[in-house]
Design a protein around this ligand. Structure first.
Ligand code: FES
Length: 581
């Protein structure tokens, strides 16, 4: 079966078919108004203070990923209250619920990071299950930290209900020694302190000021990358997501708009897959590329395509990346933070430039009813500092590249926005885990010219495809960012910079060539040629692969064991596959 055919098959869901399940759902719902057998359900609505007479209006699920474990989603309980009030004022019934969220920052560099990508599936599953159980007519999804955005979108692709998303908004940047700083600076300072380039007192000082309050990471890391994607998809109102979390009045107004929109969409019958079409996903990719966004964006767009039954391959996303110039100068590849981007016109100005350049489809629909190209009419012109006009971009296209070759037959991903280098050839230094590599970097055992190979960190291997910010920041902090490269079947944080190649597929745990690299083997990365080669004779590679046996890997049971058994390749978005009967 081809990838596209498999995608199409996965996209077909029982509720798409005319027949008994949909009919039963409609019957159960109609009965809520007064059928005797639905009296127990009405009794519970009364217990919630909801008069059953109001159930004639749309029932809107208001899902937040609120948690007190991180600042990223901290304002969502507040936002949910304002969404609910708007839903009720518009004649709907709001039923709020929450799902999980994992902090990528707090788990970074620890075994806990394995939970990050897995949480994307749990978020998607939990929203899908709640929608199935409570038969919402529409959803408002409040999202923030990295995996909550794609997790919610994957659920929406499955349930295909009317829906609108609202992003919690970026944190304000910190200030240290006269410049703006974000969490990525703290990670790189750790690397500098390990090498004696920064004192412990200076690191402590930075730690205290880097993250001044609620909101997602202030730089253009994965969360803010996905916030841009949300608005390019059209499933979030243009400009609302990147209002900083601390801007309570503006954010509250955005929550009200989201609530009202959900009620309207329920009435219009406009459902989520309208904003998750192939064209919408390609538009989102253009937004990610134009802002120098995270490599995780490709993984999540592939996952959305698979969940929504859309035929879309890694190369097509890379093609959009190749032709889309960088129009926003955002950290870590550029200079500015998310709040600066928002103030300079944000996604509205960006979209207008992309439409002017013919780089996105301005006729694409959005949840507000405006075409994407019509929505940013009042946005300011690019200031040339934070945002560039499409005729004079900050950099040509190709900030995100897909590499292939003998080391990555199914592809690998590299982000060039944060590095001057395009190529490196060097001896492999092989590590069987992130921790082993981190120890070598911190111990000063890595030399300029090395190509660090970190394997068994893929979707199945880790399991959970950990991000390697701890290692890459140590490399940069140690002053080796422009002389050492890294190749892994794991992922990178959006805060990572340097010549770092991730998502290598097939991964080592599934017998990919990464598994048979040995210390000293010549590895060649060439981003311009889009190649990643293990420079050994083909016969040698074949002989080593024939001898390879899968090693024992951690986490055989529980959620990680199930995940390892079901997860697909990073080149397929690392979605979970339904095993054949
Ligand atoms: Fe949550 Fe960065 S760790 S947004």
């Amino acid at each position: 079966m081809t990838g596209s055919a498999a995608s199409a098959e996965r996209g077909a869901r029982p509720t798409d078919r005319p027949g008994s399940q949909d009919d039963l759902r409609r019957l159960a719902r109609a009965g809520l108004a007064g059928a005797s057998e639905r009296a127990p359900a009405r009794a519970h609505f009364r217990a919630l203070g909801i008069d059953p007479a109001r159930l004639d209006g749309p029932i809107v699920g208001v899902v937040s990923t609120w948690t007190e474990t991180m600042p990223c989603n901290l304002n969502q309980r507040y936002l949910a209250e304002h969404v609910k009030a708007a839903v009720e004022a518009a004649g709907g019934v709001a039923l709020a619920f929450t799902t999980i969220a994992v902090s990528d920052n707090q788990s970074q560099g620890t075994p806990g990071m394995r939970a990050s990508l897995v949480s994307r599936e749990v978020i998607a599953d939990s929203i899908e299950l709640m929608t199935h159980a409570h038969d919402f007519d529409a959803l408002v999804c409040l999202v923030g930290c990295d995996k909550t955005v794609p997790g919610a979108l994957m659920a929406l692709a499955r349930v295909n209900k009317p829906a609108v998303c609202l992003y919690s908004g970026p944190m304000r940047a910190g200030r240290w020694r006269g410049r703006e700083v974000a969490i990525g600076d703290v990670w790189e300072a750790v690397g500098a302190e390990e090498r004696g380039l920064l004192s412990r007192a200076e690191l402590d000082e930075l730690e205290r000021v880097a993250c001044p309050g609620a909101g997602t990471c202030a730089g253009h890391f994965t969360a803010n990358t996905m916030a841009v994607a949300l608005e390019l998809l059209g499933i979030a109102a243009l400009g609302d997501g990147l209002i900083p979390a601390a801007e309570l009045t503006e954010k509250r107004a955005a929550a009200g708009r989201a609530g009202r929109l959900a009620v309207r969409l329920a009435g219009d019958g406009v459902t989520a897959r309208r904003f998750l079409s192939r064209g919408a996903l390609l538009n989102a990719m253009a937004g990610i590329a134009a802002t120098g966004g995270s490599t995780n964006g490709l993984l999540h767009l592939l996952a959305l395509a698979r969940e929504g039954g859309v035929a879309l391959e890694l190369e097509e996303l890379a093609g959009v990346g190749a032709r889309t110039p960088v129009l926003a100068s955002l950290a870590p590849g550029g200079r500015w933070m998310a709040e600066d981007f928002h103030r300079a016109g944000g996604t509205a100005t960006l979209v207008r430039e992309l439409v002017r350049g013919g780089l996105v489809d301005g006729g694409a629909p959005t949840v507000t009813g405006d075409a994407l190209g019509d929505a940013p009419a009042g946005a300011p012109a690019p200031d040339g500092e934070v945002l560039a006009p499409v005729e004079r971009p900050f950099a040509a296209g190709g900030a995100l590249r897909v590499l292939r070759g003998s080391l990555a037959p199914d592809g690998a991903v590299v982000k060039l926005a944060g590095t001057e280098r395009r190529a490196q050839r060097g001896p492999a230094r092989v590590f069987e885990s992130e921790e082993a590599c981190a120890d070598a970097v911190r111990g000063g055992a890595v030399r300029a010219g090395d190509v660090l190979v970190v394997r068994y960190e893929g979707p199945a291997g880790g399991p959970g495809m950990r991000e390697m910010l701890s290692v890459t920041a140590s490399v940069v902090g140690a002053g080796l960012g422009e002389s050492v490269a890294l190749v892994t079947d794991g992922r990178f944080s959006g805060a990572t910079r340097g010549l770092m190649v991730g998502h290598v597929s097939p991964e080592a745990a599934r017998g990919g060539p990464l598994a048979i690299v040995r210390d000293g083997d010549p590895v060649a990365i060439d981003a311009d040629a889009e190649t990643l080669e293990l420079e050994l004779p083909a016969a040698e590679i074949a002989a080593r692969l024939a001898d390879w046996r899968p090693p024992a890997l951690p986490y055989a049971d529980g959620v990680f064991g199930r995940y390892r058994a079901l997860v697909s390749s990073a080149s397929e978005g690392a979605v979970l596959r339904v095993p054949p009967p």
